[in-house]
Design a protein around this ligand. Structure first.
Ligand code: ZN
Length: 124
């Protein structure tokens, strides 16, 4: 292909503004917010011992992450997950054994962080 003056047409890849902006805008994968994407989201709750599987900063809006944390706290402290946390000897962020409550039963993990050793309270 040539132009009318017989010089070859040169092509260059040019990024369009929309393509450029799409690739640079980061948005929360849950709500689409582009604000406060400054938290790390654990795919499996850290409170269940996960230290490895997490989404890096820039994927989750802080308010979405806080919402998940509130749900996780309730599930952790008022369901069988608390028992599992105690049984698996997961250490809390404060360095204490995991604990949870299901009905009137409270489960507390081993002070020595031995797996499968739990203390149960509330039995009468
Ligand atoms: Zn969000």
């Amino acid at each position: 292909m040539t132009t009318s003056d017989n010089s070859p047409i040169k092509f260059a890849l040019i990024e369009t503004p929309s393509a450029t902006s799409k690739s640079k805008i980061m948005a929360c994968i849950f709500c689409g917010s582009t604000h406060a994407l400054n938290t790390v989201e654990h795919i499996v709750p850290e409170s269940l011992g996960n230290k490895s599987y997490a989404l890096e900063k820039g994927k989750i809006y802080a308010d979405c992450n806080n919402g998940f944390s509130k749900f996780e706290d309730i599930a952790q402290s008022k369901s069988i997950l608390g028992y599992e946390r105690a049984r698996l000897a997961v250490m809390t962020k404060k360095g204490k054994p995991g604990r949870g409550k299901t009905g009137h039963l409270e489960f507390i993990g081993s002070e020595d962080f031995k797996k499968n050793y739990i203390r149960a309270a509330g039995l009468k």
